[in-house]
Design a protein around this ligand. Structure first.
Ligand code: PEP
Ligand code: MN
Length: 236
C-alpha cells in the first residue's frame, strides 16, 4: 500500500469483483534493505478500516513476532512470507490465533518441509492455508519457478487448502494470467494476485504488478476454469 488515494482506488474494485480477502503490503520483506518497506501504522490502519467498512477481510504479513498484537487488531488473517516459512517461533505464536494463516512456501522448500511448517500451524487453533509462490531453479526467464506439481501433490496428500500466487512465483505480469490458470488447473483452491492501478509506477515489485483494470477478467476466467475442472475425471 502506498497512499490513502491508492487505497481509495483499489478497495472499490476489490468489492465490485467479489473478492473475499484483501492483502495489502503494509510492512513486508524486501530483498534489498535499500527498499524502504517500513511499517506505516497510520496507512495500515486506514487500509484495514477502508476494507472492513466494505466487508472485505484483511490479510497482513507478520514479519516479527513482536508485532503480532498490533497487527491482530488490523487483520482478519495473517500471512507468513516465504522467507519466514521456517521461522518456527513465529509459527508457534501465530498458531495460537483463531484466524486463518497463509503460509508461503520458501523458494527452496520441499513438499515435506512445507508440510512440516504447516504442521506447526495445524497444532494450534488457527486455520493454515498454503501458498505456492515458486522455487529457485536454473531457469532465468522468470524470477522464480512456479511448482504446479507441488499444488497437485498437496491436493492429493492433504486436506489443507492451497492457493497459487502467480505474481510472486513468476515476477512477470505477462505470466500472471496463464500461471494463475495453470495453478488452478493443478487443483489450487484459489489464488493471490498482486495488483496496482498503475503497474509501472508501483513502488514494490512493479514487474509483476497486474493491472487493476484487468482484475475482473482474471477472476471471471478463474471462476470458469474452476467450474470446468469439476467435470474432470482423474483415474487416480
Ligand atoms: C508478498 O507476498 O508480498 C511477498 C513478499 O511474498 P513472498 O514472501 O512469497 O516473497
Ligand atoms: Mn509482494
Amino acid at each position: 500500500m502506498e497512499s490513502h488515494e491508492q487505497v481509495d482506488k483499489v478497495v472499490p474494485v476489490l468489492v465490485d469483483n467479489g473478492i473475499s480477502y484483501a492483502r495489502g503490503g503494509v510492512y513486508r520483506a524486501g530483498t534489498y534493505p535499500r527498499e524502504d518497506f517500513g511499517l506505516r501504522p497510520e496507512l495500515a490502519s486506514y487500509w484495514s478500516k477502508s476494507c472492513r467498512e466494505k466487508n472485505l477481510k484483511v490479510v497482513m504479513e507478520i514479519l516479527d513476532i513482536r508485532l503480532i498484537e498490533t497487527f491482530d487488531s488490523w487483520s482478519d488473517a495473517f500471512q507468513v512470507g516465504a522467507r519466514h516459512m521456517q521461522d518456527y517461533p513465529l509459527l508457534v505464536e501465530l498458531a495460537r490465533s483463531k484466524k486463518p494463516v497463509l503460509l508461503k512456501r520458501n523458494m527452496g522448500a520441499t513438499l515435506d518441509e512445507f508440510l512440516g511448517a504447516a504442521e506447526y500451524l495445524a497444532r494450534g487453533r488457527c486455520s493454515p492455508i498454503l501458498v505456492e509462490r515458486g522455487s529457485a531453479t536454473h531457469e532465468n526467464h522468470s524470477r522464480w519457478t512456479q511448482s504446479d506439481s507441488m499444488i497437485a501433490a498437496v491436493k492429493r496428500m492433504t486436506g489443507i487448502p492451497i492457493l497459487v500466487d502467480a505474481s510472486h512465483a513468476n515476477g512477470r505480469r505477462d505470466l500472471v494470467h496463464p500461471l494463475t490458470m495453470s495453478g488452478l488447473a493443478a487443483g489450487a483452491d484459489g489464488f493471490i494476485v498482486e495488483t496496482h492501478p498503475e503497474p509501472d509506477k508501483s513502488l514494490s515489485d512493479a514487474d509483476q504488478a497486474y493491472p487493476l483494470d484487468g482484475l475482473g477478467d482474471l477472476i471471471a476466467d478463474a471462476k470458469n476454469l474452476m467450474e470446468l475442472r469439476k467435470s474432470w475425471r482423474p483415474a487416480c
